[in-house]
Design a protein around this ligand. Structure first.
Ligand SMILES: [Mg+2]
Length: 162
């Protein structure tokens, strides 16, 4: 069975949006998660549903396992999905998600969609031996068709592995 590449999926700024002009609110719905109101993008859910055909989706978010409590149901995604756990601040060496991403990805092709990459993420992507793609989003709009198209094209161009 060929393996799909991994897609690490951030939530805040990718699926949960903020900072948009309320006169031009994207399609989606407000939902309350642990007492905090979030606006979940409908487009992000549709794109992730389709990207799940091409990638193994992994939550890569401070929501950690709580992403599974809310998001598959709210977005119409199959779930639960695997999720990353992050070390304590003292254990981290760079971007707070990077150690967990590195450990989970091992030598598999991996893409990562997030609104808050830093230089250490780009350095990690550049030095990996396996194909790697970072896709940056903006919090007011999140995951959009242009990002999904880029991810799909990247996955489609990977050499077949087994
Ligand atoms: Mg984020």
């Amino acid at each position: 069975m060929p393996h799909k590449p991994i897609l690490f999926v951030d939530v805040d700024g990718v699926i949960s949006l903020w900072g948009f002009d309320h006169d031009a609110r994207p399609p989606g719905a407000f939902t309350t998660v642990d007492g905090i109101v979030h606006f979940l993008s409908a487009a992000a859910g549709e794109h992730l549903l389709e990207l799940g055909e091409h990638f193994d989706l992994v939550w890569c978010t401070g929501w950690k396992d709580r992403a599974n409590d809310y998001l598959p149901h709210a977005l119409g995604l199959p779930g639960p999905l695997p999720h990353l756990e992050f070390g304590t601040p003292a254990e981290r060496t760079a971007h707070w998600k990077l150690d967990a991403v590195r450990t989970y990805a091992q030598d598999r092709p991996a893409a990562w969609i997030d609104d808050a990459f830093d230089d250490s993420c780009h350095a990690w992507a550049a030095e990996r031996g396996a194909p790697t793609l970072l896709v940056a989003t903006e919090p007011p709009t999140g995951l959009q068709a242009v990002h999904a198209d880029r991810l799909r094209r990247w996955a489609g161009a990977l050499p077949l592995t087994s």
